[in-house]
Design a protein around this ligand. Structure first.
Ligand SMILES: *Cc1c(COP(=O)(O)O)cnc(C)c1O
Length: 374
């Protein structure tokens, strides 16, 4: 069994994907070909923003978003401690300081209460300028947009949504990657919408920001690629990846997202009385980048994971270490704040195999093993 079965997906979509790749080979327009522009239009339409600017990966997408709003040394950027390193790495790469925030016990997403405490703290200390919040849609569930955006406006902070895992999720019918002043996603193969290598995108409603991003991703270009007006970077989505994503986006919209949710429901129906499954607030939908459960104790989690492993069922622990526990942040100004929820989740969480091609029989087997070994 695979944790995420990309091969099964490829076999399902092979004819269309092969044809799409071949057509790029035929035109040989490998950089910024027509497929990139077509994909950007389709992604913006799906998400519900005016513009989408694709780029090299989800980490660059965050870096570009921060750069577009001139985040720099001396700035404080608030970020949940329970996330993938790239979220805070992008802040550090801009020279700004990530300020870590605890997450909610139930959603695993940023706690707006802890966020406000940390903002007040930074204002009182008067060393760093509070500038932005990056809220993460962890495991596919959109973050609590209403409360977090309320706080961001109250303290006049830029709100960035890291939708690397959230693409496809929604709140009251509005799609993830539209819940920030600027939002980002990743097309890393294991994400809900993945390509066959690295890829990413930034979403915005502002034309000025879109133009700026288009310049930044091509060496700070001005009127053309050989007119350089600012320090940018080289971060474009390959035409080949765009061609693959065009096919995969169609499958995602037509049935994959639905299949992910059906699989999550089967897991939940089976496991409800035994372990704590994902909590999806009313009006929210998840794209289930991960299906994660919580055990009663670390010992129980580790034991069940080992049994599953012995039976060749792969599982993952996302995330064993939060940002405040990472060596790279041993001197960070905010690591002493205390993050009880993140630390407790790390010890008891386990992510189960999750992809749209998982079969009922496989889910049944996984659930039985878990139940029999608690
Ligand atoms: C994967 C991921 C990223 C980075 O995306 P890449 O395309 O791998 O650079 C950023 N944030 C989160 C939450 C992620 O899961």
């Amino acid at each position: 069994m695979q944790f995420i079965d990309l091969k099964k997906q490829y076999i399902q979509l092979k004819a269309e994907i092969d044809e799409s790749i071949q057509s790029v080979l035929n035109t040989s327009n490998f950089i910024m070909g027509q497929e990139v522009k077509t994909l950007e239009a389709k992604l913006a339409e799906y998400v519900g923003t005016k513009y989408c600017v694709t780029c090299g990966n989800g980490t660059d997408a965050l870096f570009l978003a921060l750069k577009a709003y001139d985040i720099k040394p001396g700035d404080a950027v608030f970020v949940p401690t329970f996330t993938f390193y790239a979220t805070s790495e992008a802040i550090s790469a801009c020279g700004a300081t990530p300020i870590f925030i605890d997450v909610c016990k139930d959603t695993f997403n940023i706690s707006h209460e802890d966020l406000e405490k940390a903002i007040i703290n930074i204002i009182e200390e008067n060393k760093l300028k509070p500038k932005a919040v990056i809220a993460v849609d962890l495991f596919g569930l959109p973050y609590n947009h209403r409360d977090v955006s309320g706080i961001a406006s109250k303290y006049n902070l830029l709100l960035i949504e890291d939708g690397a895992q959230g693409f496809g999720g929604s709140i009251d019918g509005k799609r993830a990657c539209s819940f920030g002043d600027i939002s980002t996603t990743s097309f890393f193969p294991a994400k809900p919408l993945g390509c066959y290598g690295d890829g990413g995108a930034v979403f915005t409603n502002e034309e000025r920001v879109k133009m700026y991003l288009e310049s930044l991703r091509v060496h700070g270009k001005g009127i053309d690629n050989y007119d350089n007006v600012r320090v940018g970077m080289n971060s474009r989505l390959d035409t080949l990846q765009a061609a693959i994503l065009l096919i995969k986006l169609k499958a995602f919209q037509e049935y994959e997202l639905k299949a992910r949710n059906e699989i999550a429901d089967i897991y939940s129906d089976n496991l409800r009385d035994f372990v704590r499954g994902p909590y999806i607030p009313k009006g929210y939908t998840s794209s289930y980048a991960q299906y994660s459960i919580l055990f009663d104790s670390e010992e129980q989690r580790n034991r069940v994971q080992l049994v599953l492993k012995e039976l060749e069922i792969p599982t993952m622990i996302y995330y064993r270490k939060s940002m405040h526990q990472q060596t790279v942040y041993r001197n960070n100004a905010s690591i002493y704040r205390g993050f009880p929820n993140a630390e407790s989740i790390s010890k008891t969480i386990l992510s189960l195999p999750m992809h749209p091609y998982l079969e009922n029989e496989e889910i049944g087997k996984i659930c039985s093993i878990i139940k029999e070994n608690l």
